[in-house]
Unconditional design. Sequence first.
Length: 195
Amino acid sequence: MRWVQAITLSERGITLRPLTLADEAGLIAAASDGELWRLRVTSVPEPQDTRQYIQTALQAWSEGHRLAFAVTDSASGKVLGCTSYHDILPAVQRLEIGFTWYAASVQRTHVNTSCKLMMLTHAFESLGAKVVGWRTDNFNFASQRAIKRLGAKLDGVIRGHALRRDGTVRDTVMYSMTAGEWPESKAQLLSLLAR
């Protein structure tokens, strides 16, 4: 049996549900809100590549190392973006949260904090994760600020780690949070959402 099961999480008007091919049009619309694929430091698919993006995520799920979610507005069902559990390592009870992006119109709202609160709560309190990690491009400063805001700690930088879509090589900034750090981070996220 898989350590991470396909699950739907819903709170504060946001629903995370397993990504399917039926989400293609919704993802295209969300990415088009801000033309997010133009950002060289993200993995947002260009419109014509969205179906392959979903298929790659579904293949990773079949191999047991990624569960991709469509981020949706609970009331309307509108797709707002995408996020994933990935690099799922049951033997050491570790997983990462990533492949995260949102339509420009919902960035800097409660959406990201709500998603991370749901995902972290599920990871630590339901799955019994010992560590949750994040990784981001060394030039994705917005992502680095958002990860630190969650209470994650900097693990380090892997230099010359991955290719960007433009063919340049990026350094990858690694962060993590342990189960012991989670209660304080949870309290902080709940406080942020209460404002």
